[in-house]
Design a protein around this ligand. Sequence first.
Ligand SMILES: Nc1ncnc2c1ncn2[C@@H]1O[C@H](COP(=O)(O)OP(=O)(O)O)[C@@H](O)[C@H]1O
Ligand SMILES: [Mg+2]
Length: 592
Amino acid sequence: MHTIFEKQNFKKLRALQYLNKYLYRYRIRLVLGLFFTIAAKVFAVVAPSLVGDSITEVNRYLSDPSANFEQTKSILIQNIALIVGAALLSGLFTFTMRQTIINVSRFIEFDLKNEIYQHYQRLSINFYKNNRTGDLMNRISEDVSKVRMYFGPALMYSINTVALFVIVISYMVSVAPTLSMYALAPLPFLSIAIYQLSRSIHKRSTIVQQYLSKLSAFTQEMFSGIGIIKANAIEPTANNKMGALALGSMSKNMHLVQVQAWFFPLMILLIGLSNVLVIFIGGSQFINGQIELGTLAEFIIYINMLTWPVATVGWVTSIVQQAEASQNRINEFLGQEPEIVSPKDGQKLQSFSITFEDVSFSYYEGREEVLKEVNFTLESGKTLAILGRTGCGKSTLLQLITRMYDVSSGIVKIGGIDVRKLNLNDLRNHIGSVPQEAFLFSDSLENNIRFGNAEATKDEIENATKQAAVHNSILNFTDGYQTVIGERGVSLSGGQKQRMSIARALVKQPQILLFDDSFSAVDTQTEETILQHLRSMSFQSTTIVVCHRVSSAKNADYILVMDQGRVTQFGKHESLVNKPGYYSELCKKQLK
Ligand SMILES: Nc1ncnc2c1ncn2[C@@H]1O[C@H](COP(=O)(O)OP(=O)(O)O)[C@@H](O)[C@H]1O
Ligand SMILES: [Mg+2]
């Protein structure tokens, strides 16, 4: 039975080999578990033989008129005491077996989740762009719990089955070899049948799982987009789609239940067959005086004891297959190396000018370049405004400075040093970056700002929020700075979110500040106020502001205009305002 199991799964176990290090880590507990299992089985096997013994004893007493009643009685009482004692010990060891092996599986689950989470944290932004959040979540939760089943139940039942088989079968053969052969004959069929059934169950349940994730992805999207659905009155369409998905899911579930329903009937049929064989063959052997009556009873108990372990062989096989598929998926992610890594002995930043030298960049090799031969220098402490149509590459340019991506060709330098030679953490610690999409965590407003600088004092936080012109808005919330976002329906307007996000960057007091279209939801007045605050600060960060308003751009030291990944204009407001081009047109439109 075990060879079928091993051969078919030999190749597939390879993914699971990754986990051997965890087996090694918990080897002592596992060896203990093995010991407990064997002990539990040894004591479990004692009971049937004592039952057999007792029946034989009673039979002897009944068929022998000269037998001593008191002697028989004391043997029976002794047997009963032993049965109870053995059952208690077997139960105790079964308990400790579960406590060791199942606990190990929980420890490994914990370790594996931590390992995956830490690896996720190391991976670069591109990984997150290419993989869906749901997928990341699934691999760390669903897949890990499938793998846990391999360490827990699968391992435990395997040890259990092997131990029981070795002990029971060797004992049975020693008592009555011929009867053993007949009694055990149906078991291989049971094992094969259950293995086949488990495979089919596995296949069908995989499909059920796929439907389930489709269904939950759909629901999730519908709930996030509920505003759009209601505004366009497309609830009926959404309902129909949901209905179709749910129907598909149900029919696949029915498909699964059809094979699952065979499981127990098949088991009972084959056990019944074993029992009939034992009674028939054993009965005739008893009549012929070849075996004791007790042996017959004993064997019926053994057969029933062996049934469940045999059934688990098929079940364990399917657990191992699922664990293997899951571990494969986990290994896929664990095998990915972060694209952006901090160099060994990376340099620390001393000065903060920003230089682009012939920088070209495309997100994927061979695709069209998003930045084309970009050249400019921004001296330390100066301000640069970047303007240009949507999609011309402004955000991409900023992401090269924080080294979310590496250039395809050319060099980005900060303080005269190639960013790829800088210590990555040090680089990012010196940059305050306000992304295009403001994101707030469901935490208090204060903690949201603290993400920028964990050690910030209350004063520093207030300073930052005042500069970002969000201090008064925060005080308007009932709980002020302690207001928790998402709790009791607290949510912020787009402009408030943007200003919170700006405060988070400012509280860091960084040497480099990057604003990616961070004023799009803020009115012109407020935008100018915030920029005015920045200019009046005693310390001047090197600042890049991606914006759309001439009113914000004109006070910058330099203005850079981009078009389809190229720099088309660069200079001061005064020199660009009258030159024909994007900037002067924008001035004409906006300053009218
Ligand atoms: N993660 C990405 N993967 C592939 N292409 C991208 C990615 N981000 C942006 N792009 C593409 O790069 C171009 C420039 O985008 P972006 O820098 O966001 O422009 P802007 O900020 O000026 O609106 C666009 O054509 C956009 O579709
Ligand atoms: Mg952008």
